[in-house]
Design a protein around this ligand. Structure first.
Ligand SMILES: Nc1nc2c(ncn2[C@@H]2O[C@H](COP(=O)(O)OP(=O)(O)OP(=O)(O)O)[C@@H](O)[C@H]2O)c(=O)[nH]1
Length: 316
């Protein structure tokens, strides 16, 4: 275990810079974390993931899983302060070799500024920046939604850098219009358009030097305003059929993700973001059983319908 050698004294250690990664459900936060891990450009990156829901789907979707990756399950990371968060952050500080930079992936309904403000209470860390992903296909429509709009507006307002992601899914004029809209919604932020969150590490990390004087970040979150649940998928299923069913508008899901086994035993990742769905091979080394997490607005999570969809996709 990396913590076996004594940590250097705090006098000897510069505070560890932290990038808090936020953005609404399905905008591309995990995709960004994986991109940065694949292109660290000389930095030793550590990752802390805040799950919304009680299954570690995001942690399993992150490509490197060792002691540099810690998942905090359930709720909002800023409200785990004093327990899981403190413990996770303390473990980070005694890693040997010590990371150069910590990425905290917030849940899709958290306000990343809350996490940023919690950090200012801790020794050994300093905020580098709040980075917010925005889904180019849905961000403007969702920002005006009476249920989702407030969370999205507050996430964007807290950003130091906005990645306007999924540029491949919209036309150039539409993208340009969204950039102009973001200049109002994220007044302190630099805005960069990306596909698959492919941003250069030099643009994403080390922003503190370019940031205006520290802004106050509200310590609050919105995770109470959603319903989420996890569903075991114990039998093999037709992954595409199940993904399509989970993305059906009748089910009203904001987000679903997880892993399912096919009839030949191979494990697949299922992702839905509103009406869009995808199926891909599960990360190497991941083992069953299958499991899914689904997120909807309050009162809209039809657990029976989800179980029926799983049953209907069964190959047995
Ligand atoms: N077409 C397209 N798909 C993308 C892009 N970026 C991410 N995706 C897909 O969008 C889905 C959601 O991406 P994630 O990275 O898991 O999103 P997230 O913000 O971590 O999701 P939550 O943690 O649930 O809020 C996945 O199926 C990704 O492969 C992109 O630029 N273009």
């Amino acid at each position: 275990m990396a913590g076996s050698s004594p940590p250097p004294t705090s006098e000897a250690m510069a505070p560890l810079p932290v990038t808090v990664i936020g953005g609404y459900l399905g905008a591309g936060k995990t995709t960004l974390v994986n991109h940065l891990l694949r292109h660290p450009e000389g930095r030793r990156l550590a990752v802390l993931v805040n799950e919304f829901g009680d299954l570690p789907i995001d942690a399993d979707l992150i490509e490197r899983r060792d002691e540099d990756m810690i998942a905090i399950a359930g709720g909002c990371v800023c409200c785990s302060y004093g327990s899981d968060l403190i413990e996770a952050l303390e473990r980070m500080l005694i890693l040997d070799p010590r990371p150069d930079h910590l990425l905290i992936e917030a849940s899709g309904v958290a306000l990343p500024g809350g996490i940023a403000s919690s950090l200012t209470l801790l020794m050994g860390y300093r905020l580098d920046a709040v980075l917010v992903l925005a889904d180019a296909e849905t961000i403007r429509a969702r920002a005006t939604d009476r249920y989702l709009g407030d969370t999205i507006a507050r996430q964007l307002a807290e950003a130091d850098l906005v990645l306007l992601n999924k540029a491949d899914l919209v036309l150039p004029d539409d993208l340009a219009e969204t950039v102009r809209w973001l200049e109002g919604a994220s007044p302190h932020a630099r805005i960069v358009t990306t596909t698959n969150a492919a941003v250069s590490t030099g643009i994403a990390l080390g922003l503190a030097a370019m940031r205006p004087p520290q802004r106050d970040h509200a310590h609050s979150h919105d995770s109470a305003g959603y319903d989420t649940d996890s569903f075991p998928v114990t039998e093999p299923v037709q992954a595409e059929e199940l993904a399509r069913a989970l993305a059906d508008p009748a089910l009203c899901l904001l987000r679903a993700k997880g892993f399912v086994a096919a009839a030949d035993g191979t494990l697949h990742t299922i992702q839905t973001v509103a009406r869009r769905w995808s199926v891909s091979p599960a990360p190497a080394g991941l083992a069953g059983p299958g499991r899914l997490v689904a997120i909807a607005l309050p009162g809209q999570l039809d657990r029976d319908a989800i179980r029926r969809a799983i049953e209907a996709a069964s190959t047995t």
